[in-house]
Design a protein around this ligand. Structure first.
Ligand code: HEM
Length: 419
């Protein structure tokens, strides 16, 4: 069966999807895409997968491969001239069997035994330090951009401490990690590519030098044990995959708490609820909204047989608003059962650092709910453009007694937010 074809103006939702970043707009776009069908053709020849079941199928079925070096050699002449794309294609994120197993093994050797035993302690210390600094700045300055003060710096600070990296300029590292990870964007402007390439080159130089220096010392940390090129790939992958995604989640956590004071009050009363709240934030607006795959052989999807070579974009955001999988999917219900999230992917490429990202979000939700009641938006948040990442550029907040007094009254159990 041939893939469904949209007629006339039906391509509009695809264009709108590319251009919309705010949640209210996205909810409408996801509904329009779903109404257009489970597989929606794009103007560039690929398909958008809109349903949760089909999205999970693509992620877990071995017929679907990443758009890595092999695919790019056939379809993107000259791609090897882009250092950020080359680095991405050396990472686990865009390699397939049998090489993927090797890349994944290197990563899990670092992440599982080295990072996780210290995770809670490191995260608690870093979250506390960042919230104290935010508190001080709010007292001094009145209004502070919580993205710049907490959501951006926290993931790099946590990852660097967990890995026990030698001293490195954290502001530089975080900016470079953000710029580099943009190479995975679906819509790549020349400026974006230039910045991603420059970041990949700078990261390669500086992290490479750091590896050389660290290899002369003993004992070697886990990330430094493999051959230098493998160690470099591990660091680039962890910072490339783990910084922008976690920043995006932290921004969404802050926004959801500021917009839902009743939820903040409940988490303050019972910090165990922070886990559920974070699950709902991950469902509501998954930090990584799109995953792309290509069919290695003819593949059946949503009742259609797709030819080998067909590219699909798995829309995690749309999957999370699928009414067949979630009751009242556009409602933000922090206490709903959450086991159906695809926010960390599924199958062979399931996120290696899910526990690291989650731990920061849960600790931040608890810390904000406890210490900064009465926090409110000082101006509308600004989102980054591009369909891939759900990160905020700017989330200015104010706090204090006046804010606490004017905080909105508690609302019903199911709340809505959607900036
Ligand atoms: C809230 C934060 C995070 C979210 C939402 C997230 C999301 C994802 C998703 C959706 C994938 C699957 C990509 C695919 O199937 O192509 C993935 C893979 C990956 N993530 Fe995360 N991630 C987060 C945090 C982190 C952190 C903190 C790290 C590192 C410490 C990390 C490292 C990785 C790596 C290395 C992969 C590739 C695994 C593979 O291809 O085998 N992530 N992540």
């Amino acid at each position: 069966m041939a893939p469904p074809v949209l007629a006339g103006t039906a391509l509009d939702p695809v264009r709108r999807w590319l251009l919309t970043t705010d949640q209210r707009g996205l909810a409408d776009v996801y509904d329009e895409l779903r109404a257009a069908g489970p597989l929606v053709p794009t103007a560039w020849g690929s398909l958008l997968v809109t349903g949760r079941r089909d999205c999970a199928r693509v992620l877990t079925d071995r017929t679907w491969l990443t758009i890595g070096a092999r695919w790019r050699d056939r379809n993107c002449p000259g791609w090897r001239r882009s250092p950020s794309t080359v680095a991405l294609c050396r990472s686990a994120l865009q390699t397939d069997p049998p090489l993927h197993a090797h890349k994944r093994h290197l990563l899990t050797r670092v992440v599982a035994p080295r990072l996780l035993p210290h995770l809670d302690t490191v995260v608690a210390r870093q979250v506390d330090a960042h919230l104290r600094a935010l508190d001080d700045r709010l007292r001094r300055e009145g209004t502070v951009d919580v993205v710049e003060a907490v959501c951006r710096p926290l993931p790099t600070a946590v990852l660097t401490e967990l890995l026990d990296l030698p001293p490195v300029d954290l502001d530089w590292l975080r900016t470079a990690a953000h710029d580099y990870s943009r190479t995975a964007e679906l819509v790549r402007t020349p400026t974006l590519v230039r910045r991603a390439d420059a970041a990949a080159v700078a990261l390669t130089d500086r992290l490479g030098a750091l590896i050389d220096r660290r290899r002369r010392e003993s004992p070697l940390p886990r990330w430094c044990e493999p051959a230098p090129q493998d160690a470099l790939d591990v660091l680039l992958t962890l910072f490339g995959a783990g910084v922008v995604t976690t920043s995006a989640l932290l921004g969404s956590v802050c926004l959801a708490l500021v917009e839902n004071p009743a939820t903040a009050a409940r988490i303050d009363g019972d910090p165990r609820l922070a886990d559920r709240f974070v699950d709902e934030v991950l469902r509501w607006d998954p930090p990584a909204r799109v995953v792309t795959r290509v069919a290695a052989a003819p593949a059946e999807l949503a009742g259609t047989v797709l030819p080998a070579g067909r590219v699909v974009h798995v829309l995690l955001g749309a999957a999370h608003r699928d009414p067949e999988a979630f009751d009242d999917p556009h409602a933000f219900d922090p206490w709903r059962p959450s086991e159906r999230t695809l926010a960390f992917g599924a199958g062979a490429h399931y996120c290696v650092g899910a526990a690291v990202g989650r731990a920061q979000a849960v600790a931040l939700a608890r810390g904000l709910a406890r210490r900064l009641r009465g926090l409110r938006l000082a101006a509308p948040p600004r989102r980054r453009t591009g369909p891939n990442f759900a990160d905020l550029d700017h989330l200015p907040v104010t706090a204090g007694l006046a804010a606490a007094r004017t905080a909105r009254p508690p609302r019903a159990r199911t709340e809505r937010h959607g900036t």
